[in-house]
Design a protein around this ligand. Structure first.
Ligand code: NAD
Ligand code: TYD
Length: 350
């Protein structure tokens, strides 16, 4: 019997991880700890909220006393840590909140884990979910390997790189059994519309300009979120203690190309004439320090754990667009209130 603490389980990726574990492992108790910041939404996991092996707890990973109590009361055996501030643009305008949650919050969890598990560290896993952005920015060729030196370029990636270092330091110093994965850009249902694809879907729906940063030539490597959750499952269960796994789809797209693909798909789904949505594309001032290209070499996880993406990209995009169109209330709820202020401030529009 395991009592697994999943942090950030009301967010985008966390909600897919929680769903997979709750449905697949009836012998585990899944304790979902989330502060419900602007990015956390209990609607994301409504379908599993009454499952017997699931519990939601609202709380802050930075609150050491609360976290220690939680380990004790819930008899936590393992951690899958996803809670974070996750958006690069927000990290540029408010870097300290990234240091607090991503660095201080991670160390708070590491401390509690060592304190609570110290009698028998060998029976417990602390799994830290990280990003490929810690490796920095690539030019036109080459891939990020697990051995690529860290070279974070944004406040977000610097805070995630720092948290990765702390996790490894706790493995070395206190013998905590850790696993880390660094994944490429995720897309899919439940992603908050501050990130590229859901922001564009929402704007197309509302006939608003589609803000493409710079010349739209930056490249990202896209993976369907459920495939990331499957990778986390494989790494948690089969990955080697102390190892790092890169997760990605071998699926690189220039921003402008993926936006055109999305526009064409939206035209079809909304019954618009071909080329209608693409007319909304608007080039805007580039993001400060914008990383040019991310691309993951995911051979290690394929070779060692047999993981590979289950969906073709076109199929994943269809599913994603359909989900957003079939869930207008979800979009409505998350874009009311503070989203409007965020949008105005970031895109300098009224
Ligand atoms: P998200 O922003 O959608 O969700 C983050 C969740 O963490 C939210 O539910 C939020 O309420 C919660 N949270 C924030 N601060 C908290 C705190 N102090 N205490 C407790 N909960 C708190 O993020 P996401 O896109 O789902 O990313 C999840 C993790 O995966 C992050 O660690 C991120 O760095 C990593 N990651 C994301 C991507 C991606 O493409 N989105 C890719 C690779 C790695
Ligand atoms: P994003 O979804 O924020 O992920 P990340 O920056 O972590 O990779 O952005 C993906 C790419 O899309 C990135 O190159 C920035 C670009 N982008 C835009 O061009 N316009 C936008 O409005 C947003 C949010 C992103």
């Amino acid at each position: 019997m395991k009592n697994i603490l999943v942090t950030g389980g009301a967010g985008f990726i966390g909600s897919h991880v929680v769903r997979l574990f709750v449905n697949k492992y009836s012998n585990y108790n899944i304790i979902n700890l989330d502060l419900l910041t602007y990015a956390g939404n209990l609607e994301n996991i409504k379908d599993i909220e009454s499952s017997n092996n699931y519990k939601f707890i609202k709380g802050d990973i930075c609150d050491a006393d609360f976290i220690e109590q939680l380990f004790k009361i819930e008899q936590i055996t393992d951690v899958i840590h996803l809670a974070a501030e996750s958006h690069v643009d927000r990290s540029i305008s408010d870097p300290l909140s990234f240091v607090k949650t991503n660095v201080f919050g991670t160390v708070t969890l590491l401390n509690a884990a060592v304190k609570f598990w110290k009698q028998d560290l060998s029976n417990h896993i602390f799994y830290h979910v990280s990003t490929d952005e810690v490796y920095g920015s690539l030019r036109e060729d080459g891939f990020f390997l697990e051995t690529t030196p860290y070279d974070p370029q944004s406040p977000y990636s610097a805070s995630k790189a720092s948290s990765d270092h702390f996790v490894r330091a706790w493995a070395n110093t206190y013998k905590l059994q850790v696993k880390i994965s660094n994944c490429s850009n995720n897309y899919g249902p439940n992603q908050f519309p501050e990130k590229l694809l859901p922001l564009m879907i929402n704007n197309i729906k509302n006939n608003k300009p589609l803000p493409v940063y710079g010349k739209g030539e930056n490249i990202r490597d896209w993976l369907y979120v459920v495939d990331h959750a499957r990778a986390i499952d494989d790494i948690f269960h089969k990955g080697t203690i102390g190892e790092t796994y890169n997760v990605g789809g071998f699926n690189e797209w220039k921003n402008i190309d993926i936006v055109h693909l999305l526009c064409n798909l939206m035209d079809k789904k909304l019954g618009k004439s071909e080329g209608e949505s693409a007319k909304l594309i608007t080039y805007v001032t580039d993001r400060a320090g914008h990383d040019h290209r991310y691309a993951i070499d995911a051979s290690k996880i394929k070779k060692e754990l047999g993981w590979k993406p289950s969906l073709q990209f076109e199929e994943g995009m269809e599913k994603t667009v359909e989900w957003y169109l079939e869930n207008p209330n979800w979009l409505e709820h998350v874009t009311s209130g503070s989203y409007k202020d965020y949008y105005k401030k970031t895109y300098l529009v009224n």
